[in-house]
Write a protein that binds this ligand. Structure first.
Ligand SMILES: Nc1ncnc2c1ncn2[C@@H]1O[C@H](COP(=O)(O)OP(=O)(O)O)[C@@H](O)[C@H]1O
Ligand SMILES: [Mg+2]
Length: 246
């Protein structure tokens, strides 16, 4: 295994599909995209949400693909779920609450906001588009949402539908022997999440989200297969259920 990178801005403390996160000291982290994706919009969104009282990390500086923000102390909700699966119900309700609260945030709708999934006259809400347990830190002060790179304005319920699609079709990195248990926990989590979030939004929106997800270059081949199956079931007006994770 390779040793620590001597040019890194600090110890690597997190790594997602798109970014590396380094501890830069003083209670701050630097999140660096592995591509040239700029973060200025993400920075502005996080500022606006924090000002509106929504739980996001405080942001300090931005420069191209680098964003300096408050270091969150805790574990991701996915980690907590993996080590304490009996907490699935209460964690799912916490996640649903974060969705509901985000739907209630009113922000300045300047022209700079992208409007994914927007129809002609739909009421638009702030959507995170990746609001699943691996982007929530469970801290002593409550759950905090990070990874706002896809934030947009979208019809109410978009995030609920997106989270359901993501969690029903995504690969979770667990050993093979644990998969049946993990599948059971995920199904319980999703059922509780949907119940607390007010149910799955209309099928047309879910279908648009499945199609959008298929354009994401970070989607793994096995996930793309599941998404295509879900898309075909939806196109044929077949049942999608509250758990099609299989
Ligand atoms: N503000 C933060 N404080 C502490 N850890 C963080 C913070 N932001 C991200 N992380 C860690 O880094 C990981 C990857 O960050 P994330 O923003 O989700 O990147 P990606 O877009 O690649 O998924 C997270 O799972 C988390 O463990
Ligand atoms: Mg992430």
């Amino acid at each position: 295994m390779a040793g620590p990178d001597p040019d890194a801005p600090g110890p690597l403390i997190g790594r997602g599909r798109a970014a590396d996160v380094y501890d830069v000291g003083g209670g701050r982290v630097l999140r660096r995209y592995r591509t040239d994706q700029p973060c200025e919009f993400e920075f502005a969104v996080m500022r606006a949400l924090r000002a509106a009282g929504y739980p996001v990390p405080e942001v300090f500086e931005v420069s191209g693909p680098d964003l300096v923000m408050e270091r969150l102390e805790g574990r991701t909700m996915l980690d907590v779920l993996g080590s304490a699966p009996w907490r699935a119900g209460s964690l799912a309700r916490q996640l649903a609450d974060l969705h509901v609260r985000l739907g209630e945030v009113r922000v300045e709708r300047g022209r700079s906001w992208p409007r994914r999934f927007a129809g002609a006259d739909e009421p638009l809400c702030v959507a995170h588009l990746d609001l699943h347990p691996d982007n929530v830190m469970v801290t002593d002060a409550g759950p905090v949402v990070f990874d706002w790179s896809n934030a947009t304005l979208a019809p109410a319920g978009t995030d609920v539908a997106m989270t359901w699609v993501l969690m029903s079709t995504s690969e979770v990195d667990v050993p093979r022997w644990i998969r049946p248990v993990a599948g059971f926990v995920r199904a319980r989590f999703l059922a509780e999440f949907l119940a607390a979030a007010g149910g799955l939004p209309d099928r047309a929106l879910v279908h648009r989200i499945v199609e959008h997800r298929l354009t994401d270059p970070n989607v793994l081949p096995a996930e793309a297969t599941r998404l295509r199956e879900l898309s075909a079931r939806m196109a044929a007006n077949g049942p999608i259920g509250a758990d099609s994770s299989g």
